[in-house]
Design a protein around this ligand. Structure first.
Ligand code: BGC
Length: 246
């Protein structure tokens, strides 16, 4: 079975048709830069562009950077406030003429890693963090996702974790990976203390550079880079369309 996965990120909106049993892309991924104002209308237009580009007629799964409950957007910290309260599944289904199902983007990346990547052999508590424009989290227990955990919004240093330790902060402050790593270390120590996970997986943009900062991270918990790196978001979004894994 295939579905079209769309990953809505802070800097790029990416899509590809995905084989749900292998996670393989059936066509080259298409990336469209996220406009500075990403309203529901603009995302609908982008989704239509993907549908036309891939000549798509089947189900679509969307990974969205905010809390999603019952097909409705509850938060959209790094997008636009006009999203709050939008019935995103209905809205995008109408715009694309396809059946659309949306989940949180980090939950999507977590599903991909759990079913096809590093998480699958772990039966305990697995925490996946996507580190990019924001910090997203996906928490699993015995393979079951606890959705919308939003651990990137944990209060920290008079702000929230994603405004202290995201990849965007690294870029904005022009920090090297080594200079940025203590911020991640401090954040991970807090998470380790309150969750006691059995495994931590780093996904999102930072996963490609895992080797550059991981020697600086000292935890009791094993830590790995996501196997599907930045593609986990698209693969997991495609899983969301099939709904059976949720
Ligand atoms: C959002 C999360 C999202 C994360 C990564 C945060 O700002 O609140 O829902 O998972 O960014 O995109």
């Amino acid at each position: 079975m295939r579905s079209l996965g769309i990953d809505v990120g802070g800097t790029g909106i990416k899509a590809a048709p995905v084989d749900l049993s292998t996670g393989e892309f059936h066509a080259e991924r298409l990336r469209i830069p996220t406009p500075s104002l990403c309203t529901p209308e603009i995302l609908a237009k982008t989704a239509k562009e993907f549908v036309e580009h891939f000549h798509w007629e089947g189900p679509i799964g969307v990974g969205f950077p905010g809390v999603i409950k019952g097909g409705k957007v509850m938060t959209a910290a790094n997008l636009d406030n006009s999203w709050i309260g939008v019935s995103i599944d209905e809205f995008l289904s109408e715009a694309t003429n396809c059946d659309v199902h949306t989940i949180n983007d980090a939950d999507a990346a977590g599903l991909a890693e759990f079913h096809l990547g590093e998480g699958q052999t772990h039966q305990g508590v697995v925490l996946l963090l996507t580190i990019g424009t924001g910090i997203g989290s996906a928490l699993f227990h015995k393979g079951k996702l606890i959705p919308n955990t939003e651990l990137g919004h944990l209060p920290m240093r008079d702000t929230i974790a994603e405004k202290y330790a995201s990849r965007k902060v690294k870029k904005d402050l022009d920090l090297s990976w080594i200079d940025w790593a203590p911020r991640l270390q401090e954040y991970l120590l807090i998470l380790e203390r309150i969750i006691t996970p059995d495994l931590i997986i780093i996904g999102g943009g930072a996963s490609k550079k895992f080797d550059k900062f991981s020697p600086e991270i000292k935890l009791k918990t094993p830590i790995l880079a996501a196997r599907h790196q930045q593609h986990a978001g698209i693969i997991g979004a495609a899983f969301a369309a099939s709904k059976q894994l949720l």
